[in-house]
Design a protein around this ligand. Structure first.
Ligand code: GLV
Ligand code: MG
Length: 348
């Protein structure tokens, strides 16, 4: 039996804050990673806060095993010593079967629980992982008097996790969303690529052979299309957000932009930025295109109550296209609140 509806939103510990009924509306075009064990990187955080939508202290992969405690302490220091304003503060903790997970969560909630918006949980395999962290967070929130619930963001990066993606998305009101982790997922699935996201030159289809034996064109295909679409459906149907994760080739900004844009068009709201130059790529890609936003505004204006049918520039509009337009206009409004230049460009 699944949990009864009336019990779903009950706090899991006496004194823990009420879970959110809906995740707070926030612009989250990029989740910018920093390594908190490096002092120089911690020193850059105050500047980064105004440039990004989400700032995340990474404690998991890419942090050397002998620096895990420094990274945790560095993250707590950053959390305590900064005012984050409208920028969200996240951490990626170590995975559940690691020797560091329990101390990560216990110490961070104890010392910075009121500052932390979202806990990113790697290598989630099923709803059982979320249930455990849900209960643990509630106990720690209660113990330390944390006022607002800390949300959970799962990384979708194991074959079993992809099998269980809908159950993970539905596991708790604490779920914020999910990111695709193409590196771990490739390994877990036995995919034969050493790349972190993006395409692969050998994955594609050949055009048909012709009688004259002309050279056949190889069309590269998107390795991640199926998984991103599956993740978006699981997230949207559960009222949570889907993100593309890391793009590892910092020398290929065009490919990064293409990967981010595919995710955006398929329904993702943001991606990770692992290098400062990916912040601007994410801003560009995950803010609605100006012409598309202006056209969407015209649809909304032409159909004030969202019903009926009208023609705009020879294109048929009805209740369904009104909803499509609303997705874009709602996002443009969120972007406009943060970015006066884009607000002007959108005409908002
Ligand atoms: C991210 O964590 C990945 O494994 O791609
Ligand atoms: Mg990973």
């Amino acid at each position: 039996m699944t949990k009864p509806a009336k019990k779903f939103f009950e706090p899991l510990a006496i004194g823990a804050p009420q879970p959110y009924r809906e995740i707070p509306v926030k612009l989250e075009r990029m989740i910018h990673f920093f390594p908190p064990h490096i002092e120089k990187m911690r020193a850059r955080v105050p500047d980064m806060i105004s440039q990004v939508d989400v700032i995340l202290g990474n404690l998991e992969d890419a942090i050397p095993a002998d620096m895990k405690e420094e990274a945790r302490a560095g993250f707590i220091e950053v959390a305590k010593n900064n005012n984050f304003g409208t920028t969200s503060l996240w951490t990626r903790v170590n995975c559940l079967n690691s020797p560091w997970f329990l101390d990560d969560v216990q110490q961070i909630v104890a010392e910075a629980g009121d500052k932390l918006d979202v806990l990113m949980l790697p290598k989630v395999e099923g709803p059982w992982d979320i249930h455990y962290v849900d209960q643990l967070l509630a106990q720690l929130e209660a113990k330390h008097g944390v006022k607002k619930p800390i949300m959970i963001h799962a990384i979708l990066e194991t074959a079993l996790g992809v099998e269980q993606v809908s159950e993970i998305a539905a596991a708790s009101p604490r779920m914020h969303g999910m990111s695709l982790g193409p590196a771990d997922l490739a390994a877990s699935r036995g995919m034969k690529t050493t790349r972190v996201g993006g395409g692969h030159p050998s994955y594609g289809v050949l055009s048909d052979a012709t009688e004259d034996g002309a050279v056949r064109t190889h069309y590269q295909q998107d390795l991640w299309h199926f998984t991103v679409a599956k993740m978006v459906d699981a997230c949207q149907s559960n009222g949570i957000k889907a993100f593309y994760g890391p793009f590892g080739d910092f020398s290929d900004d065009a490919a990064c932009e293409a990967q981010f844009r595919n995710a955006f068009l398929l329904g993702c709201v943001g991606a990770w930025s692992l290098h400062p130059k990916q912040i601007d790529i994410a801003k560009k890609v995950f803010s609605p295109d100006i012409d598309e936003a202006k056209f969407a505004l015209r649809i909304i204006e032409a159909m004030p109550d969202g019903t009926g049918a009208v023609m705009i520039d020879g294109k048929m509009q009805d209740d369904a296209t009104w909803k499509q337009a609303k997705v874009i206009v709602d996002l443009a409004k969120q972007v406009a609140e943060k970015d006066p230049e884009l607000a002007k460009a959108y005409g908002l």
